[in-house]
Design a protein around this ligand. Structure first.
Ligand SMILES: Nc1ncnc2c1ncn2[C@@H]1O[C@H](COP(=O)(O)OP(=O)(O)O)[C@@H](O)[C@H]1O
Ligand SMILES: [Mg+2]
Length: 280
C-alpha cells in the first residue's frame, strides 16, 4: 500500500513543472576551505529534514567534518563512502540515520584520501559517485553532497553526480577570488561529463552586519555576480560554530538562534526555487 508520502511524491511528479526533480542531487562546492560548505550541507539539510523532506547527506570529504559534526563515529570495519566508491559496497549498507528525523548520512572517513589515487586507473572514474547515488536516489527528496576543498577527482565526481551546485562564499575581502576557477571546472564538467549540471545559487556566509566592510563586500558581490544569488544571507553566529561540538545541526541545538532562522530561511528559499511545497 503506498503511503501518504508516496502519493504525494507521485502527485508532485505529475503536476509540477519539470523543474521539480525527485531525488535531486545538490553538490555544495567551493575549492576554498573554511567558506561554510560543511556548515551549509549539515544545516540546510537538517532544516529541509525538519520540513519533512527526506534528506541524504553525502560526506565526500576525507576530513569527515560532516560525519563528525552530526555525531556519527565510524567504527573500524563500518562501511563508509570509500567502500561504496572503491569496493562496490551497496550504498544502503553504509548509510546511517542521524539524530535528526528524516536526515541520513553516507559517512566519510580519512581513508577517502586514497580514493583519488585508486580511482585514477578506473574506467569512467568520474561517474563513480553518480553510480553509487543512483542506487538510492529514489529513496530521498534531496541528496546533498558536502565536497572537499579541491577541484580534484573527488570534487569532479560530486559535480558529475549532481543536478545542481550551491556555492557558499564567505563574506570577506577577496570573496569572489577563486570563483572563476570553480566555474571553469563546472563548465568542463558540463561539457564532458554532466551536461545537465546547473548552478543553483551562491550563498553568502559568515556575514557580520556590524562590519562596514561586510556590507561593502555584499554590495559588490550583488553588483558583480552574474550567477543567481540566494536572497538569504547566513550571518556569523556563535550557535552555528558551537553546534558541531554538540554533534547536532544548529536547529536541533538552539532552534531560536539567528543561525537556525537563517538556515530555515535558506531551506524555504531553496524549496520555493525548486517549486516544491512544504507540507502543513
Ligand atoms: N555562519 C557561521 N557563523 C559562525 N561560524 C561559522 C559559520 N559558518 C561556518 N562557521 C565555522 O567556520 C568554520 C569553517 O566552516 P565549514 O563549514 O567547516 O567550511 P568548509 O566546509 O567550507 O571548509 C567552521 O569552524 C564552522 O563552524
Ligand atoms: Mg568542509
Amino acid at each position: 500500500m503506498p503511503g501518504k508520502k508516496d502519493n504525494l511524491r507521485t502527485f508532485r511528479c505529475q503536476t509540477q513543472s519539470s523543474k521539480y526533480i525527485l531525488g535531486k542531487i545538490i553538490a555544495i562546492a567551493n575549492q576554498k576551505g573554511g567558506v561554510g560548505k560543511t556548515t551549509t550541507a549539515i544545516n540546510m539539510g537538517a532544516c529541509l529534514a525538519i520540513l519533512e523532506k527526506k534528506i541524504l547527506l553525502v560526506d565526500a570529504d576525507p576530513q569527515a567534518n560532516c560525519t563528525s559534526g552530526l555525531g556519527i563515529e565510524t567504527t573500524p570495519g563500518q562501511p563508509t563512502i570509500y567502500d561504496c566508491m572503491i569496493n562496490q559496497m551497496a550504498a544502503k549498507e553504509a548509510i546511517v540515520p542521524t539524530q535528526t528525523p528524516n536526515l541520513s548520512i553516507l559517512p566519510s572517513h580519512i581513508d577517502l584520501v586514497g580514493a583519488e589515487l585508486e580511482l585514477v586507473s578506473r574506467m569512467r572514474r568520474e561517474y563513480t559517485l553518480r553510480q553509487v547515488l543512483e542506487q538510492v536516489r529514489d529513496d530521498y527528496d534531496y541528496i546533498i553532497i558536502d565536497c572537499m576543498p579541491s577541484l580534484g577527482l573527488l570534487a569532479v565526481n560530486a559535480l558529475t553526480a549532481a543536478d545542481a551546485v550551491i556555492i557558499p562564499i564567505q563574506t570577506e575581502i577577496y570573496a569572489l577570488e577563486g570563483l572563476q576557477k570553480l566555474k571553469n571546472t563546472i563548465d568542463l564538467v558540463r561539457e564532458h561529463l554532466n551536461p545537465e549540471l546547473k548552478i543553483e545559487g551562491i550563498v553568502m556566509t559568515m556575514y557580520d552586519s556590524r562590519l562596514r566592510l561586510a556590507n561593502m563586500i555584499l554590495e559588490e558581490v550583488r553588483q558583480s555576480l552574474t550567477d543567481p544569488l540566494f536572497d538569504t544571507i547566513i550571518h556569523r553566529n556563535s550557535k552555528i560554530s558551537e553546534s558541531p561540538s554538540m554533534k547536532a545541526p544548529v536547529i536541533m541545538y538552539d532552534a531560536a538562534s539567528t543561525g537556525s532562522l537563517n538556515f530555515m530561511q535558506l531551506a524555504m528559499e531553496f524549496l520555493k526555487l525548486n517549486q516544491d511545497t512544504v507540507e502543513a
